[in-house]
Ligand binder design. Structure first.
Ligand code: AP5
Ligand code: MG
Length: 190
């Protein structure tokens, strides 16, 4: 199994690059954000809970997202591998993911961190906000998402660097050129 974490701040291109990765490598895409947005749309209890955090740009409690992931990994035990997009987002989630994968005799193969300046991130998300209908694509919530990223999520870079798995990729330029840089790293794993 090849398991890739696609890592980066809000708007860094995780979802965009994941789509290209799925096509080329046939991995199963796991986006906690997409799962939660689907729950909101369906009006479930989980969706109501998720909306109260997401619209403010805050993270959901670790145990809630870990339970979602645990169930999903079990359900897709025959997958060729996973692309984790938007998970893990805290050190506790990172430690749990390692445990869940080792329980299935597998592990994270590599972590691609997309690096983009704050100015560019804000610009991309404000632009998307004009059409996306995402309740978190407004200036106030974007600023909160960035703060949360730097305080709670970015420490995972050190966590994965220590495991020798972190690959830093410049996330600015055309989508195709960024994908080429990611391919170079991934092709070493296949
Ligand atoms: P989530 O859905 O994961 O959102 P996010 O991390 O804030 O990031 P985005 O999806 O906005 O950006 P992206 O990096 O995917 O970039 P994209 O490709 O879309 O999480 C949302 C919320 O859910 C969280 O705030 C939290 O509340 C909750 N949540 C989710 N996971 C959780 C977890 N594990 N624990 C707790 N809570 C959790 O691109 C962005 C824009 O830029 C697009 O318009 C795109 O077209 C454009 N773009 C992409 N690439 C380029 C490029 N190279 N040049 C120019 N524009 C580009
Ligand atoms: Mg995304």
């Amino acid at each position: 199994m090849i398991n890739v974490v696609i890592f980066g701040a809000p708007g860094s291109g995780k979802g965009t690059q994941s789509q290209l990765l799925i096509k080329k490598y046939g991995l199963t895409h796991v986006s906690t954000g997409d799962i939660l947005r689907a729950e909101i749309k369906a009006g479930t209890e989980l969706g109501k809970l998720a909306d109260s955090y997401m619209s403010k740009g805050h993270l959901l409690p670790d145990e809630v997202v870990i339970e979602i992931l645990d169930e999903l990994i079990r359900r897709h035990s025959d997958a060729k591998g996973f692309i984790f997009d938007g998970f893990p987002r805290t050190l506790a989630q990172g430690a749990e993911l390692d445990k869940m994968l080792s329980g299935n005799d597998t592990q994270i193969s590599l972590v691609i961190s997309l690096e983009v300046s704050d100015a560019e991130l804000i610009d991309r998300l404000l632009k998307r906000g004009q059409i996306s209908g995402r309740s978190d694509d407004n200036r106030e919530t974007i600023e909160s998402r960035l703060k949360v990223y730097y305080s709670q999520t970015s420490p995972l870079k050190e966590f994965y660097a220590k495991q020798g798995k972190l690959k830093i990729i410049e996330g600015v330029g055309t989508v195709e050129d960024i994908f080429k840089s990611i391919e170079k790293e991934l092709d070493k794993e296949f």
